[in-house]
Design a protein around this ligand. Structure first.
Ligand code: PNW
Length: 484
């Protein structure tokens, strides 16, 4: 008889954990000290695009509350904080010939200094979706490879120069979302899509692939600059953050659904991961997309290959995958599959949350980390986002919101799954940033969906109240850290 042995679980002694946010979601200060609009400021003004008609104009007002946010981090016991830079705060018009805004830049210099003084390690994302609007208007933003790559490279260099104390850099957050949600579905800025009920512009069959390609070149160009001009002196590390959810077959007895699962992972994760580790796109994508998928020149392939010092992993949930028969729709971006929340027998992958796409399924976290680790040769991994919304949270009285047992349970099971991936499967995971430090502007869902471990009272001066989950994470990590 085989005895059931509980899996080993543990994390290294120097494991870095903390919380993540993004500039447009928390900063507010939309016009403060010379900031100019990003594509999200503009997108929010279009009626119907944001669920509650809101915007990031004020958000959590973090631009004016740096000290409060650092206090909050200290209360949680966090060792690290991942935040992003608002490009149009630093270079209001965005381009390489446009002026740098000293006040905007100085804000981040001071914030990094203050974090370090508080003993918190900064992890900085250069780009979390808020492209300077001027660059979109000037030349089409991501769609113009030469201009976009040159302007991003210039912006990255400005930041590397200004923040030598930052040792962990992320170039792009979730390029999949910029490409697919911004240029295929049209749900995110700038809202391009072939669906003419939603937008007068866009071609979902071609634009997302061009956007993804150009972001990869911009990422790799910034990494080259960092490695050549800054890393020798500053000694930091740099990588890209990719989103990816786990997959289970809709019908486990159907071989085609099992193959479809692999294809779905390739279309969502390896679209970016394979170029970064292997210098080429996955065969499944080349096969389905043909000439619509841009080709890497030899030079580009060499530039992109090997452009990660670590793998930034954003992970939230899992889905059931059902294969589709017949040729793929030209606007398909998922690998000719249906993405479902219930399997063939009607079983849900996990409990419902406030986010229609998010149903927690912690075992998938361990499985995906192992899958990535195997495919990419056991890279160093930082989990750069993981977290959940809670069904109906926004409608509860404050006292009940603060008792967010559902979120606590999410973190318990997900951190356990990660600690098993490390101790049992040999994954090299070195850090974890929970999404998010506080409730914030949840993009097209506005403020109705809360992801924070801290309740933000938007009606009464953005006051912050830590929820139970804000204080529980330390206890959870204490169980695992140093046990491997
Ligand atoms: C991430 N989806 O994005 C982002 O990096 C965060 O800014 C965001 O607040 C967080 O997840 C929670 O949503 C995603 O629709 C946004 O599948 C949407 C999806 C996935 C990830």
């Amino acid at each position: 008889m085989v005895k059931d042995v509980a899996p080993k679980a543990g994390l290294p002694a120097d494991f870095l954990w903390g919380f993540a946010t993004a500039a447009y979601q928390i900063e507010g200060g939309a016009t403060a000290d010379g900031r100019r609009p990003s594509i999200w400021d503009t997108f929010c003004k279009i009626p119907g695009k944001i669920a509650d008609g809101s915007s990031g104009d004020v958000a959590c007002d973090s631009y004016h509350r740096m000290a409060q946010d650092i206090d909050l981090l200290n209360k949680t016991g966090a060792k690290a904080y991942r935040f992003s830079i608002s490009w149009s705060r630093v270079i209001p018009l965005g381009g390489r010939k446009d002026t740098v805004n000293k006040a905007g830049l100085q804000h981040y210099v001071k914030f990094v200094d203050d974090l370090l003084e508080a003993g918190i390690v900064p992890m900085v994302t250069l780009f979390h979706w808020d492209l300077p609007d001027e660059l979109y208007k000037r030349y089409g933003g991501f769609m113009n490879k030469d201009e976009f790559v040159a302007d991003f490279a210039n912006y990255a260099r400005v930041m590397f120069e200004a923040l030598p104390k930052v040792k962990h850099w992320i170039t792009f957050n979730e390029p999949f979302c910029s490409a697919v949600l911004g240029y295929s579905v049209g749900q995110f800025a700038p809202g391009h899509t072939s669906n003419r009920n939603k937008s007068p512009i866009g071609d979902s069959s071609t634009e997302p692939w061009i956007v993804g390609h150009n972001i990869l070149i911009a990422h790799a160009t910034a990494v080259k600059i960092y490695r050549e001009e800054f890393k020798p002196n500053n000694g930091g590390e740099i990588g890209i953050t990719l989103n990816g959810d786990w997959v289970e077959p809709w019908d486990p007895n159907d071989g085609q659904d099992r193959i479809a699962c692999e294809r779905k992972l390739e279309f969502s994760i390896c679209w970016f991961g394979d170029p970064v580790y292997f210098g080429k796109y996955p065969d499944s994508m080349v096969k389905q997309l043909g000439d619509r998928l841009p080709k890497f020149t030899e030079e580009e392939s060499a530039l992109v290959k090997g452009s990660n010092d670590f793998y930034g992993m954003n992970h939230y949930c899992a889905n059931y995958i059902r294969h589709r028969n017949g040729p793929a729709d030209p606007n398909d971006f998922a690998g000719n599959v249906d993405i479902l929340l219930e399997d063939k027998s009607g079983k849900s992958i996990g409990p419902i949350t406030q986010s229609p796409w998010l149903r927690p399924h912690a075992p998938g976290f361990r499985k995906l980390m192992k899958w990535l680790s195997d495919r990419y040769g056991r890279p160093k991994i930082y989990v750069t986002e993981n977290g959940t919304s809670v069904k109906g949270e926004n409608d509860l009285p404050k006292e009940e919101i603060l008792e967010d047992e559902f979120r606590v349970e999410y973190f318990r099971t997900y951190v356990q799954a990660m600690a098993e991936a490390v101790a049992e499967d040999g994954c090299d995971c070195r850090g974890y940033m929970a999404w998010s430090l506080m409730d914030n502007f949840e993009w097209a869902e506005g403020y109705e969906t809360r992801f924070g471990v801290t309740y933000v009272d938007y009606e009464n001066g953005q006051h912050r109240y830590p929820k139970k989950s804000a204080l529980e994470l330390k206890n959870i990590f204490d169980q695992y850290i140093g046990k491997v």
